[in-house]
Design a protein around this ligand. Structure first.
Ligand code: SAH
Length: 389
């Protein structure tokens, strides 16, 4: 059996350089390939018609461009689109394109298959982590989602808020983000790229030394260690004090205001005393608090607080001068969050291994059409929060 072809998007420059040396391509050919992939949105090697046919054939023979298979593609009424991808190297992940009212086009990316952090309310980590994604698999999500855009649309923001803990896979994530940040990549400003983390101090310090200053969002979810230990189990090993100290160092080094995320769970972390404690914690910090009313996950016991409760929480914070962004729900419909689509898929595929992928996918899609817009638009709410630019 022949070894699988390497993934072109995993160290693209090195791969092109190696092939170029082997086949005596002039240096500008590498730039053309980058332009084809990032700028012209080529759907495959053959679509790069400015390259000689022989070069396209070599690329085709030597490098895999798409290593993932689309298992599902959902589109919501508000324009959000979500892909469930099966990866050649194993596992399923989700990634999302969000269309904002103001014309923003935000991509939400995954960094791991599953997640090891164990946040008790989150669907992504219910089965633990399987593996880190490769740089190529992260860049592929970006290019796949970019192919969904119309000719007049451009990616404006990237948020690393899909499945997985980004700071547990920093070595693969940073080259992927640098690829899109580079001028000869997608040229997206570092201010418009946000990494969301559960809060791993050492990795935050590493990130602070990275040449590009990406925005950092820290998932707080509780104003004290006792509660955070319950909701975010990794906290038992880290603790709020060290996380906030690392966050302060990141702010000092990058000059970028941080975002703190707070998933609001009814009767768990939404009481007035929680709001007051949170305000004290953030009082002297140059920070934005992003409160996300919980997106209920079917198998989990947590609930979304009522609107009234959400408003009270907000009022306490605002009265104390915290800069809050808060998304009130229009309806009280309960939706699925990122990670749940994969879960639903796995449960179906466990019971129907014999069924061919295509028929499963088709029947699934039609069965779930009514669900889909609800589900996808909800993911948008959770991630509809790219850093202001
Ligand atoms: N591991 C990273 C990225 C997680 S996803 C992190 O912890 O930040 C981005 C945000 O969505 C996190 O704050 C996460 O806690 C939150 N989240 C996860 N499940 C959610 C749900 N069901 N409803 C609302 N927010 C959720």
């Amino acid at each position: 059996m022949t070894a699988p072809k390497p993934h072109a998007l995993d160290g693209l420059d090195d791969r092109l350089r190696a092939l170029g040396e082997q086949h005596a391509w002039p240096a500008y050919r590498g730039r053309q390939v980058r332009q084809g992939l990032f700028g012209r949105r080529a759907a495959d090697w053959q679509a790069m018609t400015d390259l000689p046919q022989s070069m396209r054939q070599t690329l085709d023979a030597e490098l895999t461009l798409w290593s993932a298979r689309i298992l599902r593609h959902d589109r919501a009424e508000d324009g959000a689109e979500k892909l469930l991808l099966h990866l050649e190297q194993g596992g399923e992940i989700e990634c999302v394109l969000l269309r904002g009212h103001s014309g923003s086009r935000t991509l939400c990316l995954s960094t791991q298959v599953g997640c090891a952090m164990g946040c008790v309310f989150c669907a992504s980590g219910l089965d633990g982590v399987e593996r880190n994604l490769t740089t190529g698999e992260i860049v592929e999500q970006i290019l796949r989602l970019q192919l969904l855009l119309g000719p007049d649309e451009r990616i404006s923001h990237i948020v690393v808020m899909g499945m997985g803990e980004p700071l547990a896979n920093l070595d693969r994530l940073l080259p992927a983000l640098d690829e899109v940040h580079r001028d000869d990549g997608l040229g997206i400003s570092q201010r418009r790229i946000t990494i969301s983390t559960v809060g791993l101090p050492e990795a935050i310090d590493r990130l602070a030394h990275h040449p590009a200053n990406y925005r950092l969002a820290i998932s707080l979810h509780a104003p004290n260690d006792a509660l955070r230990n319950e909701l975010v189990p990794i906290n038992r090993r880290v603790g709020l004090r060290d996380i906030l100290a690392a966050a302060d160092r990141y702010f000092a080094a990058s000059g970028r205001r941080l975002t703190y995320e707070y998933v609001l769970l009814a009767d768990v972390n939404d009481r007035p005393e929680h709001a007051r404690e949170l305000a004290t914690l953030l009082a002297d910090r140059e920070a934005l608090l992003n409160v996300i009313p919980y997106n209920a996950v079917a198998e989990l016991p947590y609930r979304t607080p009522s609107l009234d409760r959400q408003q009270k929480f907000r009022a306490i914070l605002e009265a104390r001068g915290v800069h809050v962004r808060f998304r009130h729900r229009k309806g009280d419909q309960i939706d699925a969050a990122c990670g749940q689509l994969r879960r639903a898929y796995r449960q179906t595929s466990d019971t129907s291994r014999q069924t061919s992928d295509t028929s499963r996918q088709t029947s699934d899609t039609s069965r779930r059409t009514s669900d889909t817009s609800r589900r996808t638009s909800d993911t948008s709410r959770r991630t509809s929060d790219p850093a202001p630019s």
